[in-house]
Structure formats: C-alpha cells, structure tokens
Design a protein around this ligand. Structure first.
Ligand SMILES: Cc1cc(NC(=O)CCC(=O)O)nc(C)c1Br
Ligand SMILES: [Fe+3]
Length: 247
C-alpha cells in the first residue's frame, strides 16, 4: 500500500534538528501536530479501530501494584502489540517507519549511545469509563528504554468534556505539561525519571500508539543484569521429577 509521504525526509530532518533535539535537551519532551497528515492518520485510526473491534485488545498488565486497588484506577487501558507488518497493520508500519527515521535523526545529537532498537508498537485504548493511568515513570530502573514516543488518534477530543489529558511532571521543574491526546499528534519524551506522567480519567474512547526506543548500551547492560539474576534462579530451582514426566 503506497503511502503518500506527508513529511519529506528533509522536512523530518529539519523537524528533528531544529525542534525536537533542542526541546528534548531543554525541557525533556516535545509534541507536534499533523505528523502523518489527515489521510494517513485516518488509515492508522481505522486500523486501530479494527483491532479494537476484533477483540484483540487485552487489559494491560499491572506493573507492581494491583492488590486492593481496583485495576481500572491504576491502569484502565486495553492493549495489543503490533510489529506493523501484520495484515491490517500496514499504516501502523508506516507510522513506525516515520518515527524510526525521526528518532535516528535525533539521537546522534542527543546522547553518547546510539539508539538502534525499539519495542513493537503498543496499541492502547482507554474505554472511556473514567479509567486513566496513575502517575508513573516508564523506565525508573535503567531497563534500556530512553525515549517514549506516543502517537495519538482522537478526533474532536475535548479535554473539558472527555478528560484523558496526559500530564507530565517534568522533574525539578515548577510547571506541569498537559497534553491532549489529539488526532495525528506525536509526543516524544525521555522515558526515565525525568518525566513522571499520568493519564487523567477518560470519558470517551481514547486511542494511542506507543513505541519505546532503546539506548543500546543501557539495554545490553539491563539484559546482562537480568541474565545474572535469573541465572541464580536456574541454579537454585529444585528438580521436580513429576513435573518433568507430564511436561
Ligand atoms: C504499558 C504502559 C503504558 C504507558 N502509558 C502511559 O503512560 C500513557 C500515555 C498516554 O496514553 O498518554 N506507560 C507505561 C509505563 C507502560 Br509499562
Ligand atoms: Fe507511561
């Protein structure tokens, strides 16, 4: 499916160097509207709606907490992971190609380590039952994620009526940033403790696609640490003969 190129490569480069890099270095976050343009944005939205209609979205895991408090008040989103090469996700694939270009243009100038990897796209939907996402940091413990990239898909969103604002509390700053999840809006921010954020209760269906970009060094180190810690588990786990029989 040939996609009309909304932003040319040179426009992406100009956006990266003149706007995104300075903003990330100065404030730690940046968002822009009209990232893909109306036509391609609508294609992404229709593919996300189809994923939702098909029942492929499932309740997001609860990181850590969950006991006692009602799950929807911690995380109310339903999610599905997409590489963008699945049939019916071609437009999501195009979005990822564009964000990959943008991030690779930025990170050479942002940090000592290269950004060569990323997660799959996480398609998320808040059903509009007043659920949101409590204040949290995406990467509090150096798991490798360095930039969070969120593409919003909500047409005619009115925060006064629908809520669903993403509020970032930039570390050490005296202000908060309220970002409405508007259609064809792209938001980028450092994934670590510099950007605690929350999704305020949403009263209309709220779609977003999130992808996390990894700092290769930090990711490799996190994998080493994880391997070392679980290696201990393998050594210590008692053999369970019954289990082996029925495996
Ligand atoms: C799965 C997961 C989702 C999110 N999403 C948001 O913070 C909401 C952003 C928005 O929709 O505006 N964050 C973490 C740390 C994990 Br894990
Ligand atoms: Fe988050």
């Amino acid at each position: 499916m040939p996609f009309l190129q909304h932003l040319t490569d040179s426009q992406l480069e100009q956006l990266a160097l003149d706007h995104i890099v300075p903003a990330l270095l100065d404030r730690g976050f940046f968002y822009l509207d009209h990232f893909l343009g109306e036509a391609v944005g609508r294609m992404v939205l229709s593919q996300v709606k189809q994923i939702h209609r098909s029942g492929a979205l499932s309740a997001g895991q609860l990181a850590g907490r969950g006991s006692g408090v009602c799950r929807s008040h911690i995380r109310g989103d339903k999610i599905a992971w997409r590489s963008g090469s699945e049939r019916g996700s071609e437009a999501i694939g195009f979005l990822l190609k564009q964000t990959d270009k943008l991030i690779s243009l930025c990170t050479g100038r942002l940090r000592k380590n290269a950004v060569r990897e990323r997660s799959k796209a996480m398609v998320a939907c808040y059903p509009g039952n007043g659920a949101g996402y409590v204040k949290h940091v995406d990467n509090p413990n150096a798991d490798g994620r360095c930039v969070t990239c969120i593409y919003y898909l909500n047409k005619n969103w009115n925060a006064k009526e629908h809520g669903g604002v993403l509020r970032i509390f930039p570390e050490g700053k005296s202000y908060v940033a309220d970002i409405e999840p508007l259609f064809d809006r792209l938001l980028l921010f450092w994934s670590d403790r510099r950007n605690p954020h929350e999704v305020q209760p949403s009263f209309a269906t709220r779609y977003a696609i999130t992808v996390w970009y990894f700092d290769s060094e930090e990711r490799a180190e996190a994998k080493r640490r994880f391997r070392d810690s679980t290696a201990f588990l393998h050594l210590s786990r008692p053999k369970d003969p019954q289990k082996l029989d029925i495996m």
